[in-house]
Design a protein around this ligand. Structure first.
Ligand code: NAP
Length: 470
């Protein structure tokens, strides 16, 4: 495919292969963008931002609504593209494409809701004859940098709100998964988005990332990806608005009064879907000693049901990881845990990029499998005696994106809500649950700012304060 810059589909001087993680075949090639391509994209996006600013909220609503309709019409093609370039099983890819449409419908609605506020300035001492209000205006050019693991869903969480708010978007998709982002760009244009309102620049983040994020024409950066790249972007960005959606090692607490049928239904799926490559995958399971054996009995059949295979095959439950090196990293962390006293209950096998659904126990908080972000299909159990101890371990991490607890006791649930350091908290479900209208974002090193179209639009607009002096 070509990349889209300056209102045209263009080739680059060289190309990059997009590989199918299942069998290593070349799915397609895309241009390897350069700093000069970024410069051209930004010059065009400045004009695109003017075009967007001149549209009414209703016109932006119509464009986005049509784009969402087109996503629905093309759901199967988008889903197959996701599976071929990212490796998630086709059932999960179909859900991703369905949710992409939902995000764009939600964004369309937000285009009609850029409210300001009347400010009662006469509440200030001695103020008379003045009228104050705020207006919300677009930021201008928004840089949207997305990771590989939800190559359509997370692109939509950035580009949808950016356009809804009246900005132009410069999209830099992950190099492993640029194809569905390019297809989404095509659908936006078909829906009537002004030609320069969207730019999609493919290429290595290591080569074009710095020039994109440090350029003063970019007024807002929306980044989803790893903690370390996020920190680098914050250093490079200078004075501009930034949203950071970063990694995690999500804790799950299971107390003695937990509903174990619910644990069995929720936990394995929230740990192993997309081969564990989800920022809110359940990773650290803190189980009360009193019910440890019962929890294992409940979990094991479900974990063993995650059969590996071709992700396009409808019967496969677990697909490949994105890269061989990531599968090997997970395998080495499992080995490190075993070497230091953890017990492998099931899984652990590695076949190319395919890592089995893995459950370990006797995991100590200092093992990599616990204290670092696994981002793979491995979950570790640590036994605890009290809810206080569980919360202390849950919080003993730099991350804070999602946390959950299984209990029937309201007091324990409330204690968890108040004390666990996490941007998302689930009571009686796993850590991986999201509906796209909710505010979503992390605490601590998991980032700052919120996604969800309503909240992203807030972050992609500026507030101007106006005072009329009568
Ligand atoms: P990544 O390696 O950080 O890459 C993310 C994006 O940043 C890619 O488009 C990448 O481009 C680009 N990039 C790389 N270097 C850059 C630079 N110097 N300047 C600007 N951009 C640069 O992350 P990933 O491996 O794709 O995704 C996995 C991570 O994302 C995990 O840590 C996961 O937890 C996190 N994540 C968080 C959320 C959330 O909502 N909090 C959601 C999903 C994923 P290239 O691909 O060309 O290198």
């Amino acid at each position: 495919m070509k990349m889209y810059i300056g209102g045209e589909w263009i080739d680059g001087d060289s190309t990059m292969d997009v590989l199918n993680p299942y069998d290593g075949s070349v799915v397609d090639t895309v241009p390897r963008g350069t700093p000069a391509d970024v410069d051209a994209a930004l010059a065009s996006a400045v004009r695109g931002a003017e075009a967007m600013r001149d549209l009414t909220g209703f016109e932006r609503y119509q464009i986005l609504h049509r784009a969402a309709d087109l996503i629905v019409e093309n759901q199967e093609d988008l889903a197959r593209t996701i599976t071929m370039e990212e490796g998630k099983i086709i059932a999960e890819a179909r859900i991703e494409a369905e949710r992409a449409a939902e995000i764009i419908y939600l964004s369309a609605e937000e285009a009609k809701r850029l409210y300001g506020e009347v400010i009662p300035v006469d509440g200030g001492p001695g103020v008379t004859g003045k009228f104050g209000f705020t207006v919300r205006v677009p930021c201008g050019v928004v840089a949207c940098i997305s990771p590989f693991n939800f190559p359509l869903h997370l692109v939509c969480h950035k580009v949808g709100p950016a356009l809804a708010a009246g900005n132009a978007a410069v999209l830099k998709p992950a190099s492993d998964t640029p194809l569905v982002a390019l297809k989404f760009t095509e659908l936006l244009l078909e829906a009537g988005a002004p030609p320069e309102s969207i730019q999609c620049v493919t290429g290595s983040g290591a080569v074009i990332g710095d020039v994109l994020v440090s350029d003063p024409r970019v007024r807002k950066i929306s980044f989803t990806g790893s903690r370390d790249i996020g920190e680098r972007i914050c250093h490079q960005a200078g004075i501009k608005k930034v949203t950071m959606e970063l990694g995690s090692n999500a804790p799950v607490v299971i107390l003695p009064d937990a509903d174990l049928d619910k644990v069995a239904a929720a936990l394995p799926t929230t740990a192993y879907s997309n081969a564990g490559q989800v920022c809110i995958s359940a990773q650290r399971v803190l189980v009360s000693n009193d019910i440890y054996g019962d929890v294992l009995d409940a979990l094991m059949p479900a974990v063993e049901g995650f059969t590996t295979g071709n992700p396009l095959d409808e019967s496969t439950k677990l697909g490949p990881m994105i890269r061989q090196s990531d599968a090997e990293r997970v395998s080495s962390w499992v080995s490190e845990a075993q070497d230091n006293g953890a017990t492998l209950l099931t899984g652990g096998g590695l076949d190319g990029q395919m890592h089995q659904a893995t459950l370990l126990t006797d995991v100590k908080p200092e093992m990599k499998i616990s204290c670092d972000e696994v981002f793979g299909p491995a979950m570790g159990i640590t036994k605890v005696d009290t809810v206080d101890q569980a919360i202390a371990i849950a919080n003993d991490t730099n991350y804070g994106l999602s946390a959950s607890i299984f209990t029937q006791d309201l007091d324990s649930a409330m204690q968890y809500i108040q004390q666990v350091e996490s941007g998302n908290i689930h009571i009686n479900w796993g850590t991986q649950w999201r509906v796209d209208l909710m505010p979503y974002g992390g605490l601590k090193d998991s980032g700052y700012g919120k996604e969800g179209p309503k909240y992203a639009v807030e972050e992609m607009t500026e507030t101007k304060m106006v005072v009329i002096h009568q």
